[in-house]
Design a protein around this ligand. Structure first.
Ligand code: FAD
Length: 414
């Protein structure tokens, strides 16, 4: 069996979050920073997103995904990161040990700290409970991007696209640029999930959007021939097409967390963390889309950098030792809150944000309370998959509380 690897920080996943964390750690003088990436090349999802905009805030100009991924790899190499591709982490052990399937065989890695940055993946057809035949040509956007940009293949020519999240619109762009003409977009909600004016994109391309509609049966063998659509008021229709593209509905890539001993948050689907990205085992931290589905690459890059800084502080003994922990609770329609707890050290002020998502379109007053007492509030009018932030600087946590509750209360007021 190959020798175990001993390192200061091991990072699982070489996407924007993992590479940003690695670069930050090296720039802070951490000697041995190892990134383990299961693919043959690091860079994460942007590697096969041949469209802009990536990198505007990090590198000052819009780039295509592959270019952005190249830039990240170059920066990591220049910073002295030990980047190992073809290394798939298969288990996490308590205290900072990994089992890794490497080209030379199974290896163990022992690290003083580990950052998990394994990203997110889209819900499969099975998870969406789509009924009907099982033909060729039913895929999600990750598969579309890799067919088009990595394999140079067109998986279909006239698909139905399901969903109007931003990623669905970027998939439309990919389709149109490569001679694929979607016949329709199907959206369960009565409005697009992506923000205006991006939400106008399908219409501008002349692609009809069926709002308030669900994809029914998928039909055809061996290829898709048509789909059934369940429209508003139970109205059914049939659309001829040669494929179905499922978009959005991301889930954190948290299989390693589920199999191990780290606490998992059922709301976000990712590991439970405090505001420093620290997991329930203090040897482990997490960053990027693993924490919640999903953010932009730029957000994940900045989050990775922030968590890398926190780990560097921790190694230097400069991360304040928590004297109490406050649980972050939330009520429906809020689906999740990240971080799930706040570590407090003496009278130190909190910084950063709590990130929320709702399950249904919601309006009212977003409130943070402790034992019924109002600590912070603002008006809110939002939809699923929109980023909602609660600034921690604005909140004074009273002594003696061990939980805060975040809710959307009816009304709204000024
Ligand atoms: C179709 C599509 C289009 C997008 N377009 C844009 C856009 O235009 N602009 C934008 O800013 N964002 C865009 N995004 C979002 C952006 O790509 C993601 O937010 C970003 O890539 C997340 O970074 P990450 O590091 O958290 O995860 P990822 O990029 O998913 O990277 C995770 C890495 O971890 C590796 N990994 C996972 N498990 C293991 C394991 N067990 N062992 C070793 N390695 C592992 C994976 O191989 C991967 O390389 C798009 C996303 C999609 C799906």
């Amino acid at each position: 069996m190959p020798e175990p690897i001993d390192t200061d920080v091991a990072i699982v996943g070489g996407g924007p979050a993992g590479l940003a964390a690695a670069i930050a750690l090296r720039r802070r003088g951490i000697a041995r920073v190892l990134v383990l990436e299961r693919e043959s090349e690091a860079g994460g999802i942007p590697r096969h997103c041949g469209h802009p905009p990536f990198g505007i805030r990090e590198f000052g100009r819009p780039m295509t995904g592959p270019r952005y991924a190249r830039r990240l790899r170059a920066e990591a190499a220049a910073a002295g990161v030990d980047l190992r591709t073809g290394h798939s982490v298969v288990s996490l052990e308590p205290g900072g040990r990994l089992t890794v399937a490497a080209p030379e065989g199974v290896r163990t890695v022992a690290a003083r700290r580990i950052i998990l940055a394994t990203g997110a993946r889209e819900a499969t057809r099975a998870a969406r409970l789509a009924s009907g035949d099982r033909p060729i040509g039913v895929i999600n956007t990750g598969a579309l991007q890799s067919y088009i940009y990595l394999k140079r293949l067109k998986p279909f020519r006239r698909p139905v696209v399901v969903g109007t999240e931003l990623v669905g619109l970027s998939a439309l762009w990919t389709c149109m640029r490569h001679g694929i003409r979607p016949v329709a977009v199907v959206e369960e909600g009565m409005r697009a999930t992506a923000r205006w004016p991006l939400s106008l994109f399908p219409r501008l391309l002349g692609i009809p959007v069926h709002y308030g509609s669900r994809l029914g049966d998928i039909a055809g063998l061996p290829r898709v021939t048509h789909v059934e659509i369940d429209g508003p008021g139970g109205r059914k229709s049939r659309l001829a097409c040669d494929g179905v593209l499922f978009t959005g509905r991301f889930l954190p890539e948290a299989a390693l967390v589920r199999m191990g001993t780290l606490a998992l948050d059922r709301g976000s689907g990712g590991p439970a963390v405090d505001q420093h990205g620290r997991c329930s085992d203090p040897a482990y931290f997490a960053a990027g889309n693993l924490l919640r589905p999903i953010e932009t690459a730029g957000w994940c890059f900045r989050e990775g950098r922030r968590i890398g800084e926190a780990v560097a502080d921790d190694l230097a003994g400069a991360l304040p030792v928590a004297t109490r922990t406050v649980r972050v609770g939330h009520a429906a329609p809020i689906r999740f809150a990240v971080p799930q707890s706040l570590s407090l050290a003496g009278s130190s002020r909190l910084t950063g944000t709590i990130q929320l998502r709702v399950g249904t379109e919601s309006a009212g007053r977003l409130t943070v309370r402790a034992g019924g007492r109002l600590l912070w509030s603002r008006r809110i009018d939002t939809r699923p998959e929109r980023r909602i932030l609660v600034p921690l600087q604005g909140i004074d946590l009273p002594e003696g509380i061990d939980a805060i509750e975040i809710a959307i209360e009816p009304g709204g007021g000024a």
